[in-house]
Design a protein. Structure first.
Length: 231
């Protein structure tokens, strides 16, 4: 069945995993001390500070240490993701950050829109961070936000390796039953969860992604480019 909705992962699917690990994470860590020094008591920053567990929000030093620890272990927790999005926002807006999409992504977005396929995003990164990324890319056009209908993260949908999360996402758009959805991700456990929820789902194999086992290749369809999706 040709999908009516395409649900996309981000890291390792539309842009290299290295962009997050080698560019976004270091940028956030470099920006954090200045933000903590100048905005600790500001109303704008309060929502990010107070979201942290109280024992880690008693001082700028304590919060900085906790953030560094979480990021060193790549812990995917909502209050950290929200803070990261806030730190990245200034980098995107001043041109220091620009998401390096794989070359097939922007053209495929245009193709999907032309063929009336709805595009949505589901990533462990916060929805604000997702919007920053897709609003500032190296694609043509650079701003892909107008192509995207909805965004999901682990806060509004749930963990990406649980079938219930994909069921929840599909339920928010009941006009399209799960069988009409295609989820694309580099993570085979996420692909399996989407399939359990009734969605079509393929693994996207990109340069820099973790190697796939032969068993995984036998169990799932694997694509190297969105250009392989012609229906």
């Amino acid at each position: 069945m040709s999908p009516k909705v395409v649900l996309l992962d981000i890291e390792g699917t539309v842009c290299p995993i290295s962009f997050v690990k080698d560019v976004l994470f270091p940028y956030a860590l470099a920006a954090l001390p200045g933000v903590l020094e100048t905005q600790w008591d500001s109303p704008e920053f309060a929502q990010y500070r107070t979201a942290f567990p109280q024992e880690h929000a008693v001082s700028p030093a304590a919060l900085a240490d906790h953030v560094k620890d979480l990021m060193s272990r790549d812990v995917k927790i909502s209050y950290l993701k929200s803070l990261q999005g806030y730190l990245w926002e200034r980098g995107y807006k001043n041109g220091e950050l620009r998401a390096p999409l794989f070359s097939d992504v922007a053209p495929k977005f245009a193709w999907w829109r032309e063929h009336k396929v709805i595009i949505m995003i589901y990533s462990s990164g916060s929805v604000p961070a997702q919007k920053l990324l897709f609003g500032h890319t190296n694609g043509d056009p650079a701003n892909l936000l107008p192509f995207i209908t909805n965004f999901f993260d682990t806060v509004n949908a749930g963990p990406k390796m649980e079938a219930a999360s994909y069921e929840k996402i599909a339920a928010k758009h009941p006009e399209h039953p799960p069988a009409e959805w295609l989820f694309l991700s580099d993570n085979f456990k996420e692909v399996e969860a989407a399939k359990q929820a009734g969605m079509q789902s393929y693994i996207v194999e990109r340069p820099g992604n973790a190697a796939l086992s032969e068993e995984t290749r036998k169990q799932h369809r694997v694509i190297q480019s969105f250009e392989e999706l012609t229906e």
